[in-house]
Design a protein around this ligand. Structure first.
Ligand code: KIV
Length: 266
């Protein structure tokens, strides 16, 4: 059982094999998605919404991300475990960014970090990479910039913004990212970036031409039901199934049906 590394993902791109990444928030989910065969487990800051119930990803803190990272890392034995650097953990100073990136490996047990931003993040990325920490980039509809974008709007439809995203992707590759998430951009633009980079791209709401795809696990499984972005495909309705199971438990307890002999310890 060889561990997935940045090199494995690079080899997959060379062979034209698609890369699969999903998010996981704890030990049990990490075990399940790893057994299912994913290449990369992302402890995404989307957990702010799907696990902590915050309205956006902005409030989640380093300390919160570290708790979830440690839990998921305990379950990831083969997949590459990447942790998301939360808002304000890398933007204020390069020194803070390096320290916080290091904490994800030292205290969280992650093997790599991901951070959002294009050209403006390149020097920060280079500083973290120089410490021997693998960094995944993330451009396009970067959710930490939701207020600057005026909502979760597809990015790169206009030529100027498309150029900015392409330039950012190139700068990040030069800065040393080992892979790049392309989120919420037109499929043709994602295809152009994917063809022009040596490193693999992983898309979410960015069409089929990326080298891999990522979904938030709670979306994929139908657990997070507050809203579902149009690019999400639900592969199960576990939220409804969990609700049904708990309803049955309520009914059996209230009706005196649970516990029965089999569930009683003597
Ligand atoms: O936080 C997250 O889950 C992410 C993925 C959607 C790429 O950044």
């Amino acid at each position: 059982m060889d561990r997935v590394t940045a090199r494995t993902l690079q080899e997959k791109k060379s062979r034209g094999e698609k890369i699969v990444m999903v998010t996981a928030t704890d030990f049990s989910w990490a075990r399940i998605v790893e057994e299912a065969g994913v290449d990369v487990i992302l402890v995404g800051d989307s957990l702010a919404q799907v696990a902590l119930g915050y309205g956006t990803t902005l409030p989640v803190t380093m300390e919160e991300m570290l708790v979830f990272t440690r839990a998921a890392a305990a379950g990831a034995r083969r997949a590459l475990l990447v942790s998301d650097m939360p808002f304000l953990s890398f933007q204020v100073s390069r020194a803070e960014a390096r320290r916080n990136a290091g904490r994800f490996l030292k205290e969280g047990g992650a093997a790599a970090v991901k951070l959002e931003g294009g050209l403006e993040a390149a020097e920060t990325v280079a500083g973290i990479v120089s410490m021997g920490i693998p960094v995944m980039g993330h451009v396009g509809l970067t959710p930490q910039s939701v207020h600057a974008f005026g909502g979760y709007r597809v990015q790169g439809k206009e030529p100027g913004r498309a150029r900015e995203i392409v330039d950012g992707a190139r700068a990040l590759e030069e800065a040393g990212v080992f892979a790049l998430v392309l989120e919420g951009i037109p499929s043709a633009l994602a295809g152009e970036i994917t063809a022009s980079l040596k490193i693999p791209t992983i898309g979410i709401g960015a069409g089929s031409e990326c080298d891999g795809q990522v979904l938030v696990l709670h979306d994929l499984l139908g657990i997070f039901r507050e809203f579902t972005p149009s690019f999400v495909k639900r592969y199960a309705e576990l939220g409804a199934e969990a609700e049904r199971a708990v309803q049955e438990f309520c009914k059996e307890v209230r009706g005196g049906k649970f516990p029965d002999e089999k569930n009683i310890v003597n």
